[in-house]
Design a protein around this ligand. Structure first.
Ligand code: CTP
Length: 418
């Protein structure tokens, strides 16, 4: 039986961690619980012990009492360490290597992978200090799930709500399925294929459309299904890459072995990409909406006899161009997509130059091709050196070939710069 060491931090979301113990047990994963001092304000050691069927460790457990179980041994007694809720304070301690209580000492002493489920007030989550700590933790190889967006216990609205127990349990299963930690994230092999040509490489992929709200019920969108981008994320992970997929609203499930972040708008997509960087490869497969309305209505716009509503549009950030034009933080290999309905190659060539990427995957998405939303694709690889025309193939096969082409190109380039 797999076992996690579950560190419960002191936040309102702590009660959800009791449910997490149950959800993990349903999946055949045992939990050994550590409560911080603050966590005990929210859940009792007795309820955690009852649910986990194991002794619960807290501050009363002496760090020097080796008679029972030393803290080093405790920190390694599980296959994975899960911190839920990961409060701003716990994240800060982890990022700086502080070890002034049992939880932070275990987190510093462990040789196992760590998965955090952050939960805090939205301002605390968005504070530059927490952003910095998160980036540090990620580059140390710490995995993260959530937080989600919604109304919070403190009455504010926005990102900061702890992921739901089932989402955390999914992330735990994914992490347990991945190969053992090598050193830091940059050297982490992707799931299942430690020896793949992209082993240890980090890739960020965008996919799907974006939805740009007009009012609380209406939005601007496009017909992208996300299938090609999702298939590509999966194929890159199959070659050993550590892949973050930033997906617009689509009905597709998270690809196995890929860290998936769901977003709605172009601005959210850019923020999520930024958070996932640095990377060795950035693939922009999303059909990002080019425009959004200048002023989003707070209430549903009502129909008025004889008067049509008018909307001013403003341009969305160009995610691909903004990442490709970065200096030091630019991923060494950047792949864009071009969805065209005419003069496919000509437009793709122009886009390659305009956006500053290294490779454009161009396709004809006129309605008669059935490519948008369909399962097949016919693409052309456009680089500064020329054009490669590929035959009509299933999107999964296009994804496999693209992943191989990306691996081949990357092999000839410099290492990750940040
Ligand atoms: N793209 C992006 N951000 C945008 C628009 C596009 O990252 N705001 C990326 C897409 O993911 C794709 C590439 O840019 O990789 C080309 O997208 P496409 O919609 O074909 O190009 P546009 O910039 O919209 O150009 P045009 O309107 O001339 O077709």
């Amino acid at each position: 039986m797999k076992r996690v060491l579950l560190v419960i931090g002191g936040g309102v979301a702590a009660y959800k961690s009791l449910d997490l113990i149950r959800r993990l047990r349903e999946r055949g994963i045992a939990s050994r619980v550590v409560l911080t001092r603050a966590a005990k304000q929210f859940v009792t050691p007795l309820s955690a012990a009852g649910l986990s069927g194991d002794k619960v460790y807290d501050e009363l457990f002496s760090l020097t009492d080796e008679a029972e179980m030393g803290h080093i041994q405790l920190s390694r007694s599980a296959d994975l360490v899960v911190v839920a809720p990961a409060t701003a304070d716990l994240m800060a301690k982890m990022a700086h290597g502080l070890a002034d209580d049992l939880a932070s000492t275990l987190l510093l002493a462990t040789d196992k992978r760590v998965l955090i489920a952050p939960a805090m007030n939205v301002r605390m989550w968005l504070h530059p200090a927490t952003r910095r700590n998160l980036a540090t933790l990620k580059s140390d190889g710490v995995l993260a799930v959530g937080p989600g967006e919604g109304e919070m216990a403190c009455g504010e609205f926005g990102p900061g709500r702890m992921a739901e127990p089932n989402e955390i349990a999914d992330a735990v299963e994914r992490a347990l399925g991945e190969p053992a930690r090598i050193a830091a994230t940059h050297a982490l092999p992707g799931p299942g294929t430690a020896l793949g040509p992209l082993a240890g490489k980090r890739v960020v992929v965008t996919a799907g459309p974006t939805h740009e709200p007009i009012d609380p019920v209406r939005y601007i969108a496009n017909r992208s299904s996300g299938k090609q981008g999702f298939a590509l994320a999966r194929a890159l992970a199959d070659l050993g890459a550590y892949v973050t997929l930033v997906a617009g609203p689509v009905g597709l499930p998270d690809p196995a072995g890929v860290t998936t972040r769901r977003v709605e708008t172009a601005r959210e997509m850019l923020a999520a990409v930024d958070e996932a960087l640095p990377a060795d490869v950035f693939v922009a497969a999303a059909a990002v909406a080019d425009w959004r309305v200048a002023t989003e209505g707070g209430e549903k716009i009502k129909k008025q006899a004889g008067a049509l509503p008018r909307f001013d549009l403003i341009e969305n950030p160009d995610i691909l161009a903004s990442i490709a034009r970065r200096g030091a933080g630019r991923p060494p290999l950047i792949v864009g997509f071009a969805a065209e309905t005419e003069k496919v190659i000509e437009h793709a060539r122009a886009k390659l130059a305009r956006k500053g990427c290294d490779l454009i995957v161009a396709n004809d998405v006129s309605p008669q091709t059935g490519i948008m939303g369909g399962d097949r694709n016919r693409v052309h690889l456009v680089t500064a050196d020329g054009v490669e025309d590929w035959p009509d193939l299933g999107k999964d096969e296009v994804a496999r070939r693209l992943a191989a082409a990306i691996a081949a190109r990357l092999a000839g380039r410099r290492e990750i710069s940040a």
